[in-house]
Design a protein around this ligand. Structure first.
Ligand SMILES: Cc1cc2nc3c(=O)[nH]c(=O)nc-3n(C[C@H](O)[C@H](O)[C@H](O)COP(=O)(O)OP(=O)(O)OC[C@H]3O[C@@H](n4cnc5c(N)ncnc54)[C@H](O)[C@@H]3O)c2cc1C
Ligand SMILES: *[C@@H]1O[C@H](CO)[C@@H](O)[C@H](O)[C@H]1NC(C)=O
Ligand SMILES: *[C@@H]1O[C@H](CO)[C@@H](O)[C@H](O)[C@H]1NC(C)=O
Ligand SMILES: *[C@@H]1O[C@H](CO)[C@@H](O)[C@H](O)[C@H]1NC(C)=O
Ligand SMILES: *[C@@H]1O[C@H](CO)[C@@H](O)[C@H](O)[C@H]1NC(C)=O
Ligand SMILES: *[C@@H]1O[C@H](CO)[C@@H](O)[C@H](O)[C@H]1NC(C)=O
Ligand SMILES: *[C@@H]1O[C@H](CO)[C@@H](O)[C@H](O)[C@H]1NC(C)=O
Ligand SMILES: *[C@@H]1O[C@H](CO)[C@@H](O)[C@H](O)[C@H]1NC(C)=O
Length: 590
């Protein structure tokens, strides 16, 4: 009753005073006072009737947000729904490391550290399951109007809003405690034209890609065109293309010849924080157009579709190299092999190549070297300095090279799928050509160090040798200008179990930021970091993720999302916002 009365009185305030928000809780942490978003234990949380009204606005597309493992448990927290379903539970267990299965789920996040490792599949239906850092409700949107309704509801009720496309994000940015989630995964449409006639100078071929289209399905559709075309996308088959990927910049196997994903965008269709439908292109809302091209995901608008340049297919040759315990157990020999490989990074990118590699103690898996516009003979010539140096140093390895008539056939054959549901704290660094040339040995040493940074931690690194500045017309967009000088971008992981205490988790964050990260920064002082695959605790993240573009991004954030409807950590304009109370409530300093 009291709650209903409060609701009525607040509603009248909202009705009378334009712009007045639902007031969240005031909380103190140390000497800082915060004003929080509204959560289910606050009076300002929407009533059941309001949720029902939202559900009717979105035509029944509102669901309770339930972790993927909920079907293995009788109950989720204190929710009054029974969730156990033996068949569904068997299914989720069988698919726990299947990326496509998880990306198709309404809310699953693929890296469970960011869900608090909550409600894992279990053999015991009575084992407790809570929602952890998952949201409260999800709109599984199929229309733009449903997205708009979600944005409006979150803004009007001061709720934490999460845009969730694939749930792939390494930094957990598509999950959030107590939030309203909008799932964009169903926006699967893609259409292709041979001649683009919209705003801007481009007159070549193009595609319009829905927000939910994933990497490999986009490549596949491009390949099905006549003539066949390619699009700059990522390396992973199931990462979304028009969601976080483009809004963070987007590197990929064709970046060294065709630029970053965000270099090739011609226009966006989006819904703003105010709930307005907008187009952002060279002609309309050019400032938003610029910001959405690399200025940070879930920051300026919800993107519903993107029109992008497509390019002619290219023949590609690839090489895979392994050095591991099959070849040597001698650490010095292994390390020298890695040093030789990585010190040639500038050489690879100067030849228009991209190289994907994995590094951990005693294991180097380079899979693959990507040689666009190369046949087997040409790629072997380009890689000759590498083989010569490895042979001269008596480093054992194995290598094989293959050529394909098209990028797509190459991609399907030589790239591998990853395994989700692993736990790690992520960081990384973009090393520029100058640092690789001057300081290559130190960079290699820092990367080797990241494999075992302390006595009780292990690392796993994923490297991308890439340069979107090589022979590519440079686009004006929000990505860090240092990308144009890139040579090697490496993600470092501090491996976790996921069930560590809060204190140990903080310690692992510290290892990533202040031990591994410190070594990377010292080795690559002129480098930068990448907002999509970076450290949530990166020092000076504004400068590190965006460099000289940051001040303009900050200004545009204030213009396009003045109230803070969107939030993901370390994106422009989030300086005053923090997730407090052990990873739960999103609050703003007052
Ligand atoms: C295995 C793996 C491989 C990867 N490979 C590459 C790579 O080759 N190149 C590369 O550049 N990056 C790569 N990434 C990083 C990738 O770009 C980011 O994880 C990106 O955020 C994923 O976007 P998503 O939309 O698929 O994911 P989600 O987790 O669903 O969303 C990520 C972020 O984007 C926001 N978002 C999603 N959709 C929208 C939308 N429509 N409008 C506004 N905001 C939205 C979310 O709110 C969240 O903040 C890889 C990641 C993984 C896990
Ligand atoms: C708040 O506390 C922190 C340490 O807890 C201290 O460094 C800072 O100076 C304090 N700020 C104010 C305004 O008292
Ligand atoms: C369920 O738990 C939440 C969070 O602890 C609490 O706010 C809410 O009142 C509880 N609901 C019921 C029906 O007990
Ligand atoms: C929303 O409405 C649909 C259709 O009536 C219903 O199946 C669903 O359970 C409702 N969602 C919630 C959260 O009540
Ligand atoms: C996160 O997990 C820890 C350890 O199990 C638990 O104490 C804490 O309550 C959890 N937080 C949430 C929001 O579920
Ligand atoms: C080591 O290299 C061999 C190829 O020589 C490969 O078959 C094997 O899978 C590699 N081992 C690891 C752990 O990567
Ligand atoms: C390295 O050690 C492993 C485990 O002892 C062994 O199986 C392998 O043969 C060794 N490799 C070499 C090259 O000696
Ligand atoms: C960085 O790249 C830009 C653009 O390609 C170029 O003009 C500049 O000289 C490069 N700087 C360095 C230090 O290599």
């Amino acid at each position: 009753m009291g709650r209903a009365l409060l609701f009525v009185s607040l509603l009248s305030v909202v009705n009378c005073v334009v712009g007045t928000e639902w007031i969240g809780e005031v909380k103190k942490e140390g000497n800082v006072t915060y004003q929080c978003k509204c959560y289910s234990d606050n009076a300002c949380w929407p009533t059941g009737a309001e949720w029902t009204a939202l559900n009717s606005t979105v035509g029944g597309a509102l669901q309770l947000a339930l972790p993927p493992g909920a079907v293995c448990h009788n109950k989720v927290g204190n929710l009054s729904v029974s969730t156990f379903n033996a068949a569904a539970c068997a299914d989720v267990k069988a698919n726990w490391v299947n990326e496509q299965y998880l990306t198709d789920h309404p809310v699953a996040n693929l890296w469970p550290l960011y869900t608090n490792n909550t409600c894992l599949p279990s053999d015991d239906p009575n084992a407790p399951c809570t929602r952890g850092f998952y949201g409260s409700y999800v709109i599984v949107a199929k229309t733009k109007d449903q997205i708009k309704a979600g944005v409006d509801f979150a803004r009007e009720h001061n709720l934490r809003l999460i845009i969730r496309n694939t749930g792939h994000d390494f930094m957990g940015r598509s999950t959030g405690f107590g939030s309203l989630i909008i799932n964009t995964h169903s926006f699967k449409e893609a259409s292709f034209v041979k001649k683009y006639t919209g705003p801007g100078d481009w007159t070549g071929s193009a595609a319009t890609v829905g927000a939910g289209v994933q990497g490999r399905e986009l490549y596949r559709q491009a390949f099905a065109q006549s003539p066949k075309v390619v699009i700059v996308g990522g390396e992973c088959p199931t990462v979304g293309w028009a969601g976080g990927y483009i809004q963070g910049g987007g590197h990929g196997p064709l970046t060294s010849i065709y630029g970053m994903g965000a270099d090739n965008v011609l226009s966006f269709d989006a819904i703003t924080a105010k709930g307005e439908y907008v187009t952002a292109s060279a002609n309309e809302n050019p400032d938003l157009f610029w910001a959405l091209k690399g200025g940070g995901p879930s920051t300026f608008a919800v993107v519903t579709s993107i029109t992008v340049k497509t390019f002619p297919e290219v023949p590609v040759a690839g090489t895979i190299i392994n050095i591991n315990s099959t070849h040597t157990n001698d650490t010095a020999v292994f390390n020298e092999g890695f040093r030789i490989f990585h010190n040639l990074a500038n050489h690879y990118v100067d030849n228009g190549m991209f190289v994907y590699f994995e590094l951990s103690t005693g294991r180097l898996h380079i899979a693959p070297f990507v040689g666009p516009n190369m046949d087997e003979a040409k790629l072997k010539v380009v890689l000759k300095p590498l083989f010569d140096q490895l042979n001269a140093a008596k480093i054992p390895y194995d290598a094989y090279t293959r050529a394909f008539p098209t990028f797509f056939e190459f991609y399907i054959d030589m790239f591998e799928d990853e395994q989700p549901n692993q736990n790690s704290v992520v960081g990384g660094r973009l090393f520029v050509q100058k640092d690789v040339a001057a300081n290559g040995d130190k960079i290699a040493e820092a990367l080797l160090f990241a494999s075992a940074p302390t006595a009780d931690t292990f690392g796993f690194s994923v490297g991308h040798i890439v340069n979107p500045g090589h022979g590519v017309p440079v686009a004006d967009n929000a990505i860090h200008p240092k990308w144009r000088n890139a040579s090697s971008f490496v993600i470092t992981n501090v491996i976790m179990n996921g069930d560590e205490s809060w204190e140990v988790k903080q310690d692992r964050n510290n290892v990533q930021t202040n031990i591994v990260g410190k070594a990377l920064r010292a080795a690559g002082p002129n480098g930068a970091t990448y907002v999509n695959e970076g450290d949530l605790h990166e020092p000076n993240w504004q400068e590190s993720f965006w460099g000289s573009n940051y001040p303009k991004l900050l200004e545009l954030r204030k213009k396009w999302d003045p109230e803070g409807v969107f939030y993901t950590q370390t994106t422009p304009g989030t300086e005053d916002w923090s997730v407090i109370d052990y990873g739960t409530k999103l609050c703003k300093k007052v």
